[in-house]
Design a protein. Structure first.
Ligand code: ZN
Length: 668
């Protein structure tokens, strides 16, 4: 496709989805995955929950991000490389060896990756023109030999790869590859893919000149190389990904303010049991582990990712699905170290968690991975972006004590338009540009519906196509309908529909000629399986149980003992002080017996709040230390109406204190 054709398409009135179906993860035909991504996907009808999040991501966030990339100087560094001469020195002075500038290029590539995904549908003409300009900048900034990294190219006296650890050329390179692959798969625009391939080929010729052995300090290039192999069929890229995995764990990275464990370099990848270290690094590394494992048929390598995922979910995941307990090092903590107020839960880590679970779902077909994707999308990715798409969270705590509280290196009490280290916003954007890909998978047995979100998915089968459409009222409603819109050939095949584990009771019925048949029961694997010769128009209807559930934490999570959280459907709820009128959030106790009433949330369009009861407990004033004898304490207790809103929607009505885990009302 020519550049002009691509621009006509992205700025045109309509497009029928990606050229190659899956844009993010597309295993080769010989990969040892249990399931396959769709061969074509589509979004739900406009106005639906996820269609609206995608629209705001496309129409607002991606444009905001371009302006911020311009303002912060990311694009200026590409222009400085192109200009050369005096501007190089000027820019180098500004760089001043600061860590943050070494990852500047990656934010541009992640933004372009998200725009590339959107180009599969339709793009605002402004966004199409801006992305076209940026691709042109990248093409011109690349050295003739293929090298590309503006921080180094704008520097003085620094050579490519000599500062390979914190220079982050390899990390940025990974995102360059993903951006190139996104445009290739979405619309067949191969300009960025060409840049990416020239960079990778340059890398292949240079790597062996270095000792100790070079590897990506921040993982990400590994999975990108596997995807480049999948696009080009050039096995050198797959082998390089495997080489990077094998080089890790031998202490080559050394100490850079943090230990080798933090960099996942203290023991070989295959010998790693627990998930540890920097959360985003760990999750991105495991994505590469799964990708290499399924392309090489290496079951023992796949098991490394499975057991670390299990350790993460059983011991180190917040109720929201967020991960990363420590601000110091943005890292996983110990088992059950899940304090709500000190939660780091970087938005990027939520993105990494979805990416890993999706790969493991394709590899194994197990529902637990789809369960976690759902939890993380609603409660850990979405909170990273304001409802209007203009502001972002880097850190996502489950409790904020004061409206003006500032915790950690990136304030987490209120979303901001951008960050000095702006990894999170464009990471959220690329997930929000591809949510529909998580809807369904296919196999020789049929089609599997994993996420109860509106959209469509198509699968090639024996010279024909099987297509399903999902219409979902979630997360606030209960009804989900899966309609077969193209049954394909006349053979039997199985439609599998995941019944979410949070739904205590569910009703699943097969609909033929508009009439419901008998109820269907999910199997042990969490899916209802229906095997028959399908006809277009046949449907399966699922009614989930959206009853409010009060959730308790494992008692080993010390900080949550004596507390409960509110969940409804896939959503975790929280209480914001802005909804309390006669007391402080720190004083409230919740009546765990309910009842809870669903009501439209005040000043949050389209959001459903939950109204229950509890009390306000004003403690004795005390006389110094914030402690007193338990016996004889006489706080003032008053009944209280409690309003909870979905956690993803918190902090959209100005600064306010917030809590997910609430103390239980008790006699005092
Ligand atoms: Zn981040």
């Amino acid at each position: 496709m020519t550049k002009a054709e691509v621009l006509r398409r992205v700025a045109g009135a309509a497009a029928d989805g990606p050229l190659s179906g899956a844009r993010t993860v597309l295993p080769s035909a010989s990969a040892t995955t249990t399931l396959r991504p769709a061969t074509r996907v589509g979004r739900g009808t406009p106005g639906g929950f996820w269609a609206e999040r995608s629209r705001i991501n496309r129409d607002v966030s991606l444009l905001v991000a371009y302006d911020e990339l311009e303002r912060a100087g990311n694009l200026a560094y590409f222009r400085a490389v192109i200009a050369g001469g005096d501007r190089v020195v000027e820019t180098a002075a500004a760089l001043n060896d600061q860590y943050v500038y070494n990852i500047f290029d990656s934010d541009v590539y992640k933004w372009l990756e998200a725009v590339g995904y959107e180009a599969a549908y339709v793009l605002d003409p402004d966004l199409a023109a801006r992305s076209d300009d940026v691709i042109g900048l990248i093409e011109r900034a690349q050295r003739p030999d293929g090298y590309l990294h503006t921080a180094i190219q704008n520097g003085v006296g620094r050579e490519p790869l000599h500062e390979w650890r914190l220079g982050h050329e390899l990390y940025c390179g990974g995102h360059l590859l993903q951006a190139g692959i996104a445009w290739h798969r979405s619309v067949g625009d191969d300009r960025l893919l060409g840049v990416a391939r020239r960079f990778t080929d340059w890398l292949l010729t240079e790597l062996d000149n270095f000792d100790p052995k070079i590897l990506p300090l921040h993982p990400g290039l590994e999975m990108a190389l596997v995807e480049l192999f999948r696009v080009t069929d050039d096995r050198r890229y797959l082998e390089l990904a495997a080489t990077f995995l094998n080089r890790r764990g031998h202490g080559n990275i050394g100490y850079y303010n943090f230990s080798p464990e933090y960099f996942l370099d203290e023991r070989p990848v295959r010998q790693s049991e627990a998930i540890r270290g920097h959360a985003v690094m760990a999750l991105f590394l495991l994505c590469g582990v799964v990708d290499v494992a399924v392309e090489t048929g290496d079951a023992s390598l796949l098991a490394v990712a499975e057991r670390q995922w299990t350790d993460m979910v059983q011991h180190k995941t917040y109720l929201t699905g967020g991960v990363g307990s420590r601000h110091h090092g943005e890292s996983f903590g110990d088992a059950y170290e899940l304090s709500p107020d000190r939660a780091y839960c970087e938005t990027c880590a939520a993105v990494g968690s979805v990416m890993l679970s999706w790969r493991l779902l394709l590899a194994t077909g197990e529902a637990k991975y789809a369960d976690l994707i759902e939890r993380v999308l609603y409660n850990a990715v979405l909170p990273g972006v304001s409802l209007d798409g203009r502001r972002f969270f880097y850190v996502n705590p489950l409790q904020v004590r004061e409206a003006d509280q500032v915790v950690g290196i990136e304030g987490c009490h209120i979303r901001t338009p951008w960050f000095e280290c702006a990894c999170c916003p464009p990471n959220a954007m690329r997930i929000l540009s591809t949510v529909e890909e998580f809807l369904a998978t296919g196999s020789s047995e049929g089609v599997q519906i994993h996420q109860l979100i509106s959209g469509s998915a198509c699968f090639a089968a024996a010279g024909s196509e099987r297509t399903v459409r999902v219409d979902s009222a979630l997360p606030f409603g209960e009804q989900v309908t899966v309609t077969v819109t193209d049954a394909g050939d006349e053979a039997e095949w199985t439609l599998a529909l995941r019944v979410p584990s949070w739904s205590l009771t569910s009703r699943v019925q097969l609909i033929m000629d508009g009439s419901a048949t008998t109820d269907l029961t999910p199997g042990q694997d969490g899916y209802v399986h229906i095997t028959r010769v399908w006809a277009a128009g046949d449907a399966v209807r699922l009614a989930v149980d959206n009853t409010v559930v009060m959730v308790e934490a494992d008692p080993r999570i010390d900080a949550c003992v004596g507390h409960l959280a509110i969940a409804r459907g896939p959503l975790v709820y929280c209480v914001e002080e802005v909804d309390l009128h006669a007391t402080r959030l720190e004083n409230i106790r919740v009546d765990a017996r309910g009842p809870w009433t669903a009501e439209p949330a005040a000043a949050l369009d389209g959001i459903v709040s939950l109204v229950g009861k509890g009390s306000s407990v004003t403690p004795d004033p005390g006389d110094g230390l914030p402690y007193r004898a338990a016996r004889g304490s006489s706080p003032v207790v008053q009944p209280l109406r409690i309003t909870a809103v979905p956690y993803f929607a918190w902090n959209n009505r100005g600064p306010t204190a917030m809590k997910v885990w609430l103390p239980i009302e008790r006699a005092v």
